[in-house]
Design a protein around this ligand. Structure first.
Ligand code: Y39
Ligand code: FE
Ligand code: FE
Ligand code: FE
Length: 231
């Protein structure tokens, strides 16, 4: 922890290098929160008995987006939204296709497991190296992301037997995309003092725990987590 404190003390949040990397990472987070909002609205349509809860989650995502927009403004950074939309395109298209086919299990795996675990990993790794303004915002946000992950875990655990085959298929199609996204953002993350290894480790822990809570065995989790690791 002392090492991280020393590192943060030396960081120049106003340097051109930092702001350039931040213009993409901040945009990814803003776009991610917007898409998460849209995805929970869609899930509310697909799961009418959970409508109120899902609308509540979608509103949290909107607030997260506003918080991260403020973080960018605070550093006088213009987020590169075009980059961010391309960054999310693979998961975005897979979610849209699944939603159109009424495949709610696939939608939950993409948003509530994969994207939430990605967010939790990224925010946990960012908090100790963030500027003070962004750290406070991100601390508030990450607490809520755990509740979004929990929603997916609980629903999928309650419907595990009927969902298992679709979860395996959705994992096979979407986990490799996450590794590509991580590789794509690794250099910019490094500029923000976020290590790729730490991001991968935290993601794997969150995702593995989620799969375990849903009902997968350790053996299943090993197999599921290995998909696309070489992407
Ligand atoms: O559920 C949510 O709020 C998730 C949409 C937000 C995703 C944020 C994606 C973070 C990836 C950032 C990578 C930085 C290294
Ligand atoms: Fe969020
Ligand atoms: Fe979320
Ligand atoms: Fe297939």
């Amino acid at each position: 922890m002392q090492q991280i404190a020393d590192q943060v003390e030396k960081m120049d949040f106003q340097s051109e290098t930092y702001k350039d990397a931040y213009s993409r990472i901040n945009a990814i987070v803003i776009e991610g929160e917007q898409e998460a909002h849209d995805n929970y609205i869609k899930l509310a349509e697909l799961l009418p008995t959970k409508q109120d809860e899902l609308i509540r989650l979608s509103k949290m995502e909107s607030r997260h987006k506003k918080g991260f927009e403020a973080c960018g403004r605070n550093l006088k950074v213009t987020p590169d939204m075009e980059f961010a939309q391309n960054f999310f395109l693979g998961l975005h298209q897979n979610f849209q296709t699944a939603a159109a086919a009424g495949k709610v299990v696939t939608c939950l795996l993409i948003q509530s497991l994969i994207i939430e675990c990605f967010a939790i990993a990224a925010y946990n790794i960012y908090i100790p190296v963030a500027d003070e303004f962004a750290r406070k915002i991100t601390e508030g946000v990450v607490k809520e992301e755990y509740s979004h992950l929990n929603f997916g875990e609980v629903w999928l655990q309650e419907n595990f037997a009927e969902s298992k085959a679709e979860l395996e298929e959705a994992n096979r199609h979407n986990l490799p995309i996450v590794w590509k996204m991580l590789n794509q953002v690794a250099d910019d993350a490094q500029v923000l003092a976020m290590e790729k290894e730490a991001l991968v480790e935290d993601f794997m822990i969150q995702y593995g725990e989620a799969l375990s809570n849903i009902g997968f065995t350790t053996r299943d989790i090993m197999r599921l987590s290995a998909y696309g690791l070489t992407a």
